[in-house]
Design a protein around this ligand. Structure first.
Ligand code: AMP
Ligand code: ZN
Ligand code: FE
Ligand code: FE
Length: 285
């Protein structure tokens, strides 16, 4: 049965596989299509598309945006983004600039906590969008922590000692941006937003009114219950279902491409349904 993965990261953001390596891994994993959805950048897309042609993997150009909502940070995956959209490129440039300021603040906090860490060391570990995973890498390499998880739990995560919130677009801005550039917008990993059905329902309704197209129903860490809740919400609010692993390579070694932690299966029909909606709206596929 043909399987796909519509949520993956490369070295253009905080993944450890280059776009070409990702496509080769997709081929080896028996996937027929993937979307590269790096954080706040389109830089990996041209290489992924080229490698996709070479290895016979369909590549849907994508991205992932963080937005701030009343219930916390939520992520929106954009599918069929235009890799050369001036508006998207300019917006991401400004978002990455804000990330730069935040990274400086996080490093300062860590220095105050007594860690010998510099911004240069963080940048040495990044090839594109720089973020907390690259800071975690330095902490790990210098043996200040034993795992990425520990770095986030003690220092970089929301309850960590060096936490600095990220400046982000509002849901309205993000959804408008994606829509205006012809992309399809998907609420990524809804369980990270809330596992409470009522809260999720309320949020999804709000996002639908702002132009959301779909929900990531199939996701690595979703329990069967969570998948069920998400499916129900797609029916209730006339949204599409998407699915992906959120593969990051060795940063999250427990997540395998196309298979998540083992049970994930995103069927090709998910992609067919997304394409059908786009075609009905006269959008490119
Ligand atoms: P940033 O975009 O700089 O805020 O960093 C967020 C990224 O950090 C997420 O997209 C994940 O890839 C990663 N991340 C968040 N929490 C953890 C964790 N507990 N362990 C490993 N990586 C994490
Ligand atoms: Zn990431
Ligand atoms: Fe995410
Ligand atoms: Fe992601």
């Amino acid at each position: 049965m043909p399987r796909i993965d519509l949520h993956t990261h490369s070295t253009a953001s905080d993944g450890t596989f280059s776009p070409t390596e990702l496509i080769i891994a997709a081929k080896e994993a028996g996937l027929v299509a993937i979307s590269l959805t790096d954080h706040d950048t389109l830089a990996g897309l041209p290489e992924a598309i080229k490698a996709g042609e070479e290895y016979g993997i369909e590549v849907i150009p994508g991205c992932e945006l963080s937005v701030k909502s009343s219930v916390g940070v939520l992520h929106i995956v954009g599918l069929w983004v235009d890799p050369y959209s001036k508006l998207l490129l300019e917006t991401f440039k400004s978002v990455r600039k804000k990330r730069g300021t935040r990274n400086i603040e996080v490093v300062k906090k860590l220095q105050k906590l007594g860690f010998e860490i510099t911004l240069e060391e963080v940048h040495e570990r990044a090839a594109g969008t720089v973020g907390r995973p690259h800071i975690a890498r330095v902490l790990l390499d210098k043996k200040y922590v034993k795992s990425f998880d520990e770095a986030f739990r003690h220092y970089l995560g929301k309850k960590g000692k060096a936490y600095v919130p990220k400046q982000s677009l509002s849901p309205k801005e993000a959804l408008k941006l994606l829509r205006s550039t012809g992309a399809t917008s998907i609420l990524a990993h809804p369980a990270l937003l809330s596992t409470n059905e009522e809260i999720l329902d309320e949020k999804v309704k709000e996002l639908k009114d702002l132009g959301l197209d779909g929900i990531e129903v199939y996701y690595s860490s979703h329990t069967p219950d969570m998948t069920g809740i998400c499916k129900k919400l797609t029916h209730k609010y006339d949204l599409l279902a998407s699915g992906g692993s959120d593969f990051h390579g060795s940063v999250k070694p427990e997540i395998k491409l196309g298979r998540g932690s083992g049970k994930l299966f995103v069927h090709h029909s998910v992609l067919d349904d997304l394409k059908a909606l786009r075609q009905s709206k006269g959008l490119q596929i």
